[in-house]
Design a protein around this ligand. Structure first.
Ligand code: SAM
Length: 273
């Protein structure tokens, strides 16, 4: 499984890790234990797969590119790893993670140097499985990592930060420079750790409403809440919510967004329109 034997495919977002130091740092950050149920998305040429196999009893990988799956299978056969390395030739975006076998309450540890072109929808797909996920470690474009983990009052704080942080605690671990990959991407990347909350501090009573309201607020991020949410809330509503209508969306915390969305959900239930 050498780089020169495979022509990287742009449409599959293939940027293979080649820097051993970075690879070791990622494995150290994941800190895999023998019995962990590790699932790797997009193993590619095995840059992370091989060192992971040294730590865990069993590893499952999901790869879309048939050529790479063939290479992985050849490697697995040659190394007599067929029982240890389970290869799914599948689209990680459509994969049903709940079908993976688990003993008792075992939770999944999901990792991946993700294809940049599907990172956001893939993470949103995975959020559906939060109750069975222990943690996720992903390599993403740095700009995306910033947006996911950003806090209120920062330029990068937006809908993505609110939705992700509603489900998970997000921590940026370290930056990875383009030279660590083959071919080198144009931008810097970073490793992010996402740990699903045991239960959300402020439960939403309708996630879709939270998504909609957060989207509406940030759609016009320079406008006040009174303006951007005028289709949902009047002045009296803001008083009931104890939220200043003159502030901008980036000043609201995740729990405040949940409070607003829950209020709107209740209001619409009382007078559906
Ligand atoms: N893990 C390898 C590494 O670090 O060198 C490869 C990472 S590369 C950025 C992304 C990998 O995801 C590629 O192997 C690519 O073929 C695979 N991939 C792309 N789209 C996918 C999808 N929808 N489902 C599963 N794998 C996918």
């Amino acid at each position: 499984m050498k780089n020169h034997q495979h022509q990287p495919r742009k449409r599959f977002g293939q940027n293979f890790l080649k820097d051993n130091h970075v690879i070791q740092n990622i494995i150290a950050a994941i800190n895999p234990k023998p019995n962990d149920r590790v699932i790797e998305i997009g193993p590619g040429l095995g840059a992370l797969t091989k060192p992971l196999l040294e730590h865990v009893i069993k590893l499952e990988v999901i790869e879309l590119d048939r050529n790479l799956v063939t290479k992985l299978k050849d490697f697995s056969n040659a190394q007599d790893l067929t029982k240890k390395l389970i290869i799914h030739q599948a689209d990680a975006l459509k994969f049903d993670y709940s079908q993976l076998e688990r003993n008792h309450d075992e939770k999944l540890r999901i990792i991946g140097n993700l294809p940049y072109n599907i990172s956001t929808p893939l993470i949103f797909h995975l959020l559906n499985y939060c109750p069975i996920i222990q943690d996720m470690h992903f390599m993403l474009q740095y700009e995306l990592v910033e947006r996911i983990s950003s806090k209120p009052n920062h330029k990068s704080y937006g809908k993505l930060s609110v939705m992700l942080q509603y489900f998970c605690q997000a921590t940026t671990l370290f930056i990875v420079e383009p030279q660590a990959f083959y071919p080198a991407p144009k931008v810097r990347s970073a490793i992010i750790r996402l740990v699903p909350h045991a239960s959300p501090a402020y439960p939403s009573n309708n996630i879709e409403r939270l998504r909609e309201v957060t989207g509406a607020a940030f759609n016009q991020r320079r406008k006040t809440l009174a303006n951007s949410l005028k289709n949902y809330l009047n002045q009296a509503d803001f008083i009931t919510l104890v939220i200043d209508p003159r502030i901008r969306p980036e000043q609201l915390t995740v729990s405040e967004f949940v409070r607003i969305a829950n209020f709107i959900e209740d209001k619409l239930k009382l007078s559906p329109e």
